[in-house]
Design a protein around this ligand. Structure first.
Ligand code: UFG
Length: 336
């Protein structure tokens, strides 16, 4: 099993995963519709790996195109990233999310069934746990009602995959990926105003945004700000490689989920402080009101991934915030 289709392979996590696939002897083929990224990312991947990567500009909802790509390239496994992920937007435009995230998944699975490709790694999220009663959460923790259509698409996506018994599925529940490749040639580049914390921090430090607002300091946490399990995107990328290795060695696997986090809960203020300290700068920020829909605290018990996939996070918070800033500084002014 070498030839891997990576849907959404020019997105933030997808691009880092493509690099690690090449590093570990796999042959990735990318399909991406460029709806939330650009071809510059392909240049970055090719500069890092020193290889030409096969790329198709297609939407995963195009059944004929995806079927042909799977067949023409003799694909043996798929890593499915292609999806929308803005929580707030999903509340405003739920059908956009159900159409792309669920319609895209169903379409991809139809194409896989037709071409008899049964191996898949799916991008899921810790959002499936909602506001957990206790942290760390493990894979047996209750799945709470999703607090956004985006979150619901991840829950439904897992259920669809579990129902498809012809598949060999590993679903990875990501915690909060941050940071960038150590080369600073690829990283996170959201279109428009960032929703997520770290791109907002780096754009504020770069002077693109005037000020960061910390969303609430009245939570029941050690400094009053929300707690998350931040994980370096390269570690997260390697979890996909380990998942493919596992699938290859366990052809009878049907459906398994794994938490992918570090096991450390960090507050928003701890992230800000680490960013300032490691990069030796001061960030303009103030405390504002809570953001609707935010979970107070969640972090991972990632022992299942360690025991079964042989995966653990290696890179620490200093490397996460250092690489995020290096990437921001390396960005061309006219990026995207
Ligand atoms: N935060 C701020 N100020 C900001 C942005 C974020 O204080 O400008 C805080 C948030 O309130 C939260 C923490 O930083 O406490 C992290 O927020 P993110 O938006 O970076 O990430 P979330 O934990 O909200 O993650 C959610 C979903 C994921 C999803 C992700 C993608 O839980 O499943 O959004 O948008 F993938």
């Amino acid at each position: 099993m070498k030839k891997i289709l990576v849907t959404g392979g020019l997105g933030y996590i997808g691009a880092h995963t493509v690099v690690e696939l090449v590093n570990h002897g796999y042959e990735p083929v990318i399909v991406d519709d460029l709806s939330n990224t650009s071809l510059n990312v392909l240049d970055g991947i090719q500069a890092i790996t020193g290889q030409a990567i096969t790329f198709y500009q297609n939407d995963v909802r195009d059944l004929n195109a995806i079927t042909k790509i799977l067949r023409d390239n003799q694909i043996e496994a798929v890593i499915h990233f292609a999806a929308f992920k803005a929580v707030g937007e999903s509340v405003q435009q739920p059908l956009k999310y159900y159409d792309n995230n669920i319609g895209g998944l169903v379409n991809l699975l139809k194409a896989m069934q037709t071409t008899q490709v049964k191996n898949i790694v799916f991008s899921s999220s810790c959002t499936v746990y909602g506001e957990p009663d206790v942290s760390p959460v493990n894979e047996s923790s209750p799945i709470k009602k999703a607090n956004s259509p985006y979150g619901n698409t991840k829950q439904i996506g897992e259920e669809i995959l579990a129902d498809c018994q012809f598949l060999n599925t590993v679903a990875l529940r990501y915690f909060n990926p941050i940071g960038a490749h150590k080369s600073a040639l690829i990283g996170e580049l959201p279109l428009g105003v960032p929703n997520n914390l770290v791109p907002y921090i780096t754009q504020t430090a770069a002077g693109i945004r005037e000020k960061l607002t910390v969303f609430g300091q009245d939570y029941n946490t050690k400094d009053g700000t929300c707690v998350r399990d931040y994980i370096h995107v390269t570690d997260l990328a390697i979890a996909h490689v380990k998942s493919l290795d596992y699938i290859k060695n366990h052809p009878d696997n049907k459906f398994e989920v794994y938490n992918i986090g570090t096991g450390n809960g960090m507050t928003v203020l701890e992230i800000l402080q680490a960013f300032e300290q490691v990069n030796d700068l001061k960030l303009n920020y103030s405390i504002g009101p809570r953001r609707a829909g935010d979970v107070e605290k969640v972090w991972a018990d990632a022992s299942k991934a360690k025991n079964i996939l042989g995966w653990t996070a290696q890179l620490d918070l200093n490397e996460m915030v250092r690489s995020a800033w290096a990437w921001q500084q390396n960005l061309p002014k006219n990026a995207i």
